[in-house]
Ligand binder design. Sequence first.
Ligand code: 13P
Length: 245
Amino acid sequence: MPQLIAGNWKMHCLAAEAVALAQGVAAGAQGIEAELLVCPTALHVEAVARALQGTPVAVGGQDCHQAKQGAHTGDIAGPMLRDAGATWVILGHSERRQNHGETDELVREKTLAAVAAGLTPIVCVGENADQRAGGQETEVVGWQLAGSLPKPFAGVVAYEPIWAIGTGKTATEEDVALMHAFIREELVRQFGDDGQTIRILYGGSVKAANAASLLAVPNVGGALVGGASLNAGEFLAIARAAQAG
Ligand code: 13P
């Protein structure tokens, strides 16, 4: 399976900037073996999807509600994202868990709703700095995996240590190797043989300069890129560093 290089644009870009960024990514996508995905804010999913029609770059949302419709002011349902052209959705990002109080149970419900809507979920897990300092990182990630993933699980997991997000600090290759091996073990424990093929992305200060070494670590199935995905050239350089399938 090719590696997946996904850009999480977070709350960045006005509409014209988002379309231009998407076009910049598409313009350089030829010959790249990795699967490419960009996740603009929900408001721009439709315009970005239109701009990417006929290109190998897919579009995803950054969150969706657990219900397929209803009285939920300000929320966005999975079928709406799908209708706008998204085929993927990021769920349980640490910024959602922190800023919006999302629990493992809620992330699991959202994951079920996303799959029902025809979206492939990218479920994020990762420990904070205190938990790592206390040696609890695998315990925390183990609980998150057990609580956030429905059975069966048709999606991707992203390991994003919170202390590495937007900080310029990356986990070392050794940290990544240990955690991804642990996640693989947990996935096999939860899902049997299916757990062997679930892609596990790394996220947290991935950039062109460190992508090749991080993407070469065993059990790393791609990258979830924040800041560096806002520059098409940098994002494409990360994608070129990906391993062929
Ligand atoms: P940075 O690449 O900016 O550290 O963000 C990572 C992230 O949160 C992707 O979802």
